[in-house]
Design a binder for this molecule. Structure first.
Ligand SMILES: *Cc1c(COP(=O)(O)O)cnc(C)c1O
Length: 398
């Protein structure tokens, strides 16, 4: 079946079927192509491939069948014409910057983005005379005011991590398009299984495949998803020349990861909701941040824009950083690691790890307090996860 034929299927089916190119061996699972270069039948064929007169493999920095299979599957699931894989999530964001920005350009970025994303704009793009204004994710007036005539794109992560603040994607897309700018959405938190930003008007989606797309914590990778023309003209040339390339092995792992993405995300959501509801009842807990709770102030928007609430729950422990650390150290099952999107549950202290390189002022503005603890809720039995948190919170009483 050609790729087009998978468009009408549901995302569970697309994740399992789209993108496979079966070889003459008739393998049921996908083949993997660990090759750096390809053989041409004659000099003219090489010439035609290099000049773009004919399509086909040239060199694995920018053409590889395994990488292509992953790209096609992910694009289909996001409802997009094209995906382009990169060596990491940060490489995806860097490629977007290199492809879309020139000296003198301006970006408006949410204050609540992944720490390295903020540093990309603040420390790296600034070296090339590209300026960035950071605004509160959910303050539409701040976005409106921040846009300048030289603004090329708005960049958001929604829901934000770890506090689960949302942006109205459609509203921001309309705002961007009215000012000749693009909207770029980091969809790591939800994945296409729970949220499809392109269908709400976003122009590009970026992914860290390292997280839920892999889902089992094995490989680092990323992707950019969107319209064919935009990727072909602005971003693919960066991949070809600057080389932020995904390896065939990693592509194969992510491609297989997508087969269980919907199933895993459903379970991540169910476990996270149970954990969030339980935490809300605990005396040692000051506040729980999870978009799936009816107490979340943007719960209605989350229901409208997402088909699930995701796997990340954060909470503030009474008594500040000392108690937050005590809780983290008292867990026995949950891993102390700053990653997320794994079958294994993970716990971390954002203000001293993922957000540790922000200034104190920036941390306050982003709402990352010392008492905040983040749990990437995994797929262990939820009773075991809650029991572990129960033991951890009980350690505060002694
Ligand atoms: C991890 C992450 C990234 C960066 O991805 P890498 O694969 O680690 O480079 C970007 N955005 C978000 C939201 C992330 O969680």
């Amino acid at each position: 079946m050609s790729d087009k034929d998978w468009q009408g299927y549901s995302i569970e089916t697309q994740g399992i079927r789209a993108g496979q190119q079966r070889t003459p061996e008739g393998e049921h699972s996908d083949a993997i192509f660990p090759t750096s270069s390809y053989v041409f039948t004659n000099a003219n064929e090489a010439y035609e491939r290099f000049s773009g007169k004919s399509e086909g493999n040239i060199y694995s920095r920018f053409t590889n069948p395994t990488v292509r299979a992953f790209e096609k599957r992910l694009a289909t699931m996001e409802g997009a014409e094209r995906a382009m894989a990169t060596s990491s999530g940060m490489a995806a964001i860097n490629t977007v910057c290199l492809g879309l920005l020139s000296a003198g350009d301006h970006v408006v970025c949410s204050r609540s983005v992944f720490g390295n994303t903020a540093l990309m704009f603040k420390n790296i793009m600034s070296k090339f005379s590209i300026t960035t204004t950071f605004v509160d994710l959910d303050d539409i007036n701040a976005w409106r005011t921040a846009i300048q005539n030289n603004t090329r794109f708005l960049f958001i992560e929604t829901p934000s991590n770890p506090l689960g603040t949302l942006a109205d994607i459609k509203e921001l897309a309309d705002l961007a398009h009215g000012r000749d700018a693009l909207l770029i959405v980091d969809n790591v938190y939800c994945t296409p299984a729970l949220q499809k930003p392109l269908s709400l008007g976003a122009d590009l989606v970026v992914h860290s495949a390292t997280k839920y797309l892999d889902g089992q914590g094995r490989c680092v990778g990323g992707a950019i998803v969107g319209e064919h023309a935009l990727i072909e003209e602005k971003l693919y040339p960066i991949l070809r020349t600057a080389g932020p390339t995904m390896s065939p092995f990693n592509a194969w792992v992510f491609h297989k990861g997508l087969e269980t993405l919907s199933l895993r995300m459903d379970k991540h959501c169910a476990n996270a909701l149970a954990v969030a509801q339980w935490l809300e009842q605990q005396a040692a807990v000051e506040k729980v941040h999870y978009t799936g709770l009816s107490s979340h102030r943007q719960h209605e928007l989350a229901k409208q824009q997402q088909s699930g609430f995701g796997g990340i729950v954060s909470f503030e422990v009474k008594g500040g950083q000392g108690n937050a650390w005590k809780v983290i150290d008292a867990t026995q099952l949950i891993s102390i690691t700053a990653n997320l999107g794994d079958v294994k549950s993970m716990i971390t202290h954002p203000s001293t790890t993922t957000h540790g390189r922000l200034t104190d002022e920036e941390r306050v503005e982003a709402g990352i307090t010392g008492s905040l603890v983040r749990v990437g809720v995994g797929l262990e039995n939820v009773d075991d996860i809650i029991a572990d948190l129960n033991t951890a919170l009980a350690s505060l009483k002694v």
